[in-house]
Design a binder for this molecule. Structure first.
Ligand SMILES: C[S@@+](CC[C@H](N)C(=O)[O-])C[C@H]1O[C@@H](n2cnc3c(N)ncnc32)[C@H](O)[C@@H]1O
Length: 404
């Protein structure tokens, strides 16, 4: 079901453009949904999950069986049969429509063209692909080489990515991964795996440093911070999450991996409510702010995001991100570091956010940072400024230091 749904979402722009060519008036929503679903699955014969004739027959059967679409079954049948007869002409007629070509809303395409004039096509192309499944090996329990061997022993092929990552040749349910329940590995994209080393590299981890993970659920990066520091490090991590239900997942993540952190349910933008009562008001040595964002960098994992987001969400989220940065900066000790990141490729949530922060905070300086990571680059030889090699999601990282 999910695989079919994701397929439809990755081809919805094309399907809606084809539907407009087939009918002049939009059918009632349930019939339209069924018609567009069938068109999205069948439009590209080489990529269709079933024989296009089967898809058409099944769509018409489904229409007949549902009271909401029953009356439109003959209409859906007529549209889809015509589509099969005239497919090449109809597809060619939609090729000039960017929404059909790229399967993203027009505003999203225009935004990427403006924000990434060199790479917008590459980003859209990556967004329509399928993301690889990447594991992060828990350095406290195994090594990349050992785990790769354990996978090979059960015929799971994997290639090392980055310091702790293994990319699986084919995605697998986690229950099939050796030692998953015992915390040997986690699932985490290669771009997200850069957070812990970026924040902690070069710090003296033999000291009892205090680290705040300000937006922590489900705890992927909290766990990586602890794994990275190592079992013998006295690193103290406070994991903050505003959403009670999501905070439960931080405990689950830490329990599975055998790690410990202070988990607080609180609003990071209102430190007056939790910093003094739970952290004695002592400044942190390092802060990770993995801020809520549009998730425009992880579209290939969540193909619905592009259709559900509204352009106005970007500005609203940028305000929230700025509020979080402003509230957390005073909690950092002079000389300390704050890593700001989002899984977005939009500049308002990355570059522009950080430039505005630097302009308003003269005690902050930007340390060498990856900046915007462009999704889907798989050693294709293309050079992108500061982009890490290998396939990964779209992300943004800026490492800020507070001057002493
Ligand atoms: C991008 S996700 C974090 C992912 C997490 N760092 C990880 O690697 O697993 C952002 C999280 O921030 C939480 N959040 C949003 N606003 C917050 C706030 N004001 N204070 C604390 N948490 C917040 C959201 O509920 C969400 O769980």
């Amino acid at each position: 079901m999910q695989s079919l749904l994701f397929h439809v979402l990755r081809a919805l722009g094309r399907a809606q453009a084809l539907r407009r060519k087939l009918v002049s008036r939009t059918p009632p929503p349930p019939a339209d949904a069924l018609l567009c679903t069938a068109l999205a699955l069948a439009w590209h014969a080489d990529d269709a999950p079933y024989e296009p004739f089967t898809l058409v027959n099944q769509a018409v059967e489904a229409a007949k069986r549902n009271v909401a679409t029953k009356a439109q079954a003959p209409f859906i049948n007529a549209c889809l049969r015509r589509f099969l007869r005239e497919r090449d002409t109809l597809v060619a007629a939609t090729d000039t429509d960017p929404v059909a070509r790229w399967n993203h809303p027009q505003w999203w395409i225009a935004k990427l063209q403006k924000d990434h004039p060199q790479h917008w096509q590459q980003i859209l192309h990556a967004n329509n692909g399928r993301a690889p499944m990447i594991l992060r090996v828990n350095g406290q329990k195994s090594t990349v080489a050992q785990y790769q061997k354990a996978l090979a022993a059960i015929n799971i092929e994997a290639t090392p990515v980055g310091e702790w990552g293994l990319a699986l040749q084919h995605p697998r349910p986690v229950a099939e991964l050796p030692g998953f329940a015992q915390g040997l590995v986690s699932v985490q994209d290669a771009a997200a795996q850069q957070a812990a080393p970026l924040l902690l590299r070069g710090l003296d981890l033999a000291q009892p440093l205090r680290v705040l993970d300000a937006c922590a659920a489900p705890g992927g990066k909290t766990a990586h911070l602890l794994e990275y520091a190592g079992a013998s490090s006295p690193l103290q991590v406070t994991a903050l999450e505003v959403d009670v239900a999501r905070s439960v997942r931080i405990h689950e993540t830490l329990d599975r991996l055998g790690l410990r952190a202070q988990v607080l349910v609180a609003d990071a933008a209102r430190p007056q409510e939790w910093w003094q009562p739970h952290c004695e008001g002592i400044p942190f040595d390092a802060i990770l702010l993995d801020a809520p964002c549009t998730a425009s960098g992880i579209v290939r994992r969540h193909p619905d995001v592009r259709w559900l987001r509204r352009e106005a969400d970007i500005a609203q989220l940028a305000v929230q991100q700025a509020r979080l940065l402003k509230a957390l900066w005073p909690l950092l000790r002079p000389g300390g570091r704050l890593l700001y990141c989002t899984c977005s490729v939009f500049r308002e949530e990355g570059d522009a956010q950080v430039q505005s922060f630097l302009a308003h905070n003269t005690d902050a300086r930007l340390l060498p940072s990856p900046g915007h990571l462009i999704p889907g680059i798989a050693n294709n030889g293309e050079v992108v400024r500061d982009n890490a090699p290998g396939d990964h999601d779209g992300f943004f990282y800026a490492l800020l230091q507070k001057m002493e």
